[in-house]
Write a protein that binds this ligand. Structure first.
Ligand code: B12
Length: 211
């Protein structure tokens, strides 16, 4: 029988086909789409995170779990779109120059989308100019930067400096994240906030936009 627990297990196992099947069954049975996301898909990833940290799971498995979660979210999104869920804010997210790590950044992007943010995923290895261009041309309210290396995290400040130079700093909120990032670092470079994981990133964005 399709239930949230089996959905969580299928996400942990990285079984995208099963996740699709169970997600559809839960929707057909009349479950709330957001509960399917929160109690099934994201909750599954929340099991994966600590297992990865403790060395019980490895990168390829984490990727498969993230893809399985994404497969479920794609299905739920269609229903959410039907319900005409309003966008609660527009976010441009990317990994800074010199840094190719994107698993965590993509997770943050996916989860933000799943709760109703419009997300422009700019990609990896991005110079400050790309973030600033998104602010200029796409009217984003939040710039979200990811870095996984102690060397590349320093590039985050370049974007903030360039936003200031171009007179755009007051127009957007800037948030930062990634394994080496801390609240202290965020304060030091003049960002508006830091979040240690995808779920807290959503809370942070909502708080910054006054939701
Ligand atoms: C996977 C991985 C890789 C993969 C990346 C694949 C990919 N597509 O991303 C590959 C093999 C390519 C790679 C390469 C390298 N890596 Co690497 N890599 C990792 C590893 C094992 C996991 C990272 C990961 O995906 N974690 C899982 C995700 C879910 O977690 P996360 O990224 O932290 O994201 C979460 C939060 O941080 C937060 N978050 C993330 N981004 C954002 C953004 C915002 C705005 C917010 C609010 C929150 C947020 O939310 C996420 C979800 O909860 C880490 C080790 C580790 N334990 O972190 C090393 C690690 C980051 N890598 C490291 C290194 C050294 C390298 C290389 C230099 C290795 C080399 N010699 O070639 C290269 C650099 C390549 C480059 N230029 O970027 C070091 C960094 C050391 C340091 N302190 O700087 C680490 C820590 C490994 C280690 N212990 O030495 N790597």
């Amino acid at each position: 029988m399709a239930d949230y627990e089996s959905l969580r297990t299928e996400v942990v196992n990285g079984n995208a086909a099963k996740v699709r099947e169970t997600t559809k069954a839960l929707l057909d049975a009349g479950n709330n789409p957001l509960s399917i996301i929160n109690e099934g898909l994201i909750a599954g990833m929340n099991i994966v995170g600590p297992r990865f940290k403790s060395g019980e799971m490895f990168v390829p498995e984490v990727l498969m779990s993230a893809q399985a979660m994404g497969a479920g979210i794609e299905i739920v999104k269609v229903v959410l779109a039907d319900a005409d869920m309003p966008s609660i804010g527009k976010v441009a997210i990317g990994t800074v120059k010199g840094d190719l790590h994107d698993i965590g950044k993509n997770l943050v992007a996916m989860m933000m989308e799943s709760v109703g943010f419009k997300v422009i995923n700019l990609g990896i290895d991005l110079p400050a100019e790309r973030f600033v261009q998104a602010v200029k041309e796409q009217d984003v309210q939040i710039v979200a930067m990811s870095a996984l290396l102690t060397t590349t995290m320093l590039r985050m400040k370049d974007t903030i400096d360039l936003l200031k130079e171009e007179g755009l700093r007051d127009r957007v909120k800037v948030i930062v994240g990634g394994a080496p990032i801390s609240q202290r670092f965020s304060d030091e470079i003049g960002a508006d906030g830091f979040a240690p994981d995808a779920a807290s990133a959503i809370d942070l964005c909502k708080a910054l936009l006054g939701e």
